[in-house]
Design a protein around this ligand. Structure first.
Ligand SMILES: [Fe+2]
Ligand SMILES: [Fe+2]
Length: 192
């Protein structure tokens, strides 16, 4: 009968222990990173709530197209929250719901409101980038992979927001030009 030496038995146990440990580690995530990703889920829900508030504002000033765009954006943000929900459950993080901050409810002009869209998306991009850095520092490949999608999505979100904001500014310029044009047409004719 073959009996392994004491040394090789110890090595075998250690190897098995480490293999099991490695498998466990695949799903493991630090408390800090888990909490930060949970917080991001809450922020995605805040984004949905913010855009819903903007939709309500545009409704109130009868800009139905803007309201429609904002409502579509609400759906996008809810999808982002669900994507994080899936990623967190795959990483076996206990997902916790937190209170959602109240968004602003009014804006001084349609343009100002859209400026806030871009401002908000830029903030979210920086939060996502911080999460990527945290995941890389903790060597968490699963989290880095899950966040990759969000990095690309933020690029698109910022591009769309700045494109529409630019259109808003140009539309306002045209309106301002029309007002000035009307004003100039009122000039009395010189009497000689
Ligand atoms: Fe989002
Ligand atoms: Fe967004």
């Amino acid at each position: 009968m073959f009996l392994p030496s004491r040394a090789s038995t110890t090595q075998t146990y250690e190897r098995i222990h480490f293999e099991v440990h490695d498998r466990e580690m695949e799903h493991m995530i630090s408390r800090r990173l888990g909490d930060a990703l949970n917080r991001q889920l809450n922020r995605e829900l805040y984004s949905a709530y913010l855009y819903m508030s903007m939709a309500a504002y545009y409704e109130s000033i009868k800009l139905k197209g803007f309201s429609h765009w904002m409502q579509a954006q609400v759906t996008e943000e809810l999808m982002h929250a669900m994507k994080l929900f899936e990623a967190l459950s795959q990483m076996e993080v206990r997902i916790l719901m937190m209170p959602i901050e109240a968004p602003p409810v009014n804006w001084v002009s349609p343009l100002r409101c859209f400026e806030d869209v871009l401002k908000h998306e830029k903030l979210v991009t920086s939060l996502i980038n911080d999460l990527v850095k945290m995941s890389q520092n903790e060597n968490n490949a699963n989290a880095v992979n899950a966040l990759k999608w969000f990095v690309n999505e933020q690029k698109e979100e910022e591009e769309h927001a700045s494109e529409i904001l630019e259109k808003c500014r140009r539309a306002l310029d045209t309106q301002a030009l029309k007002v000035l044009d009307d004003e100039l047409s009122e000039r009395p004719w010189p009497m000689g």
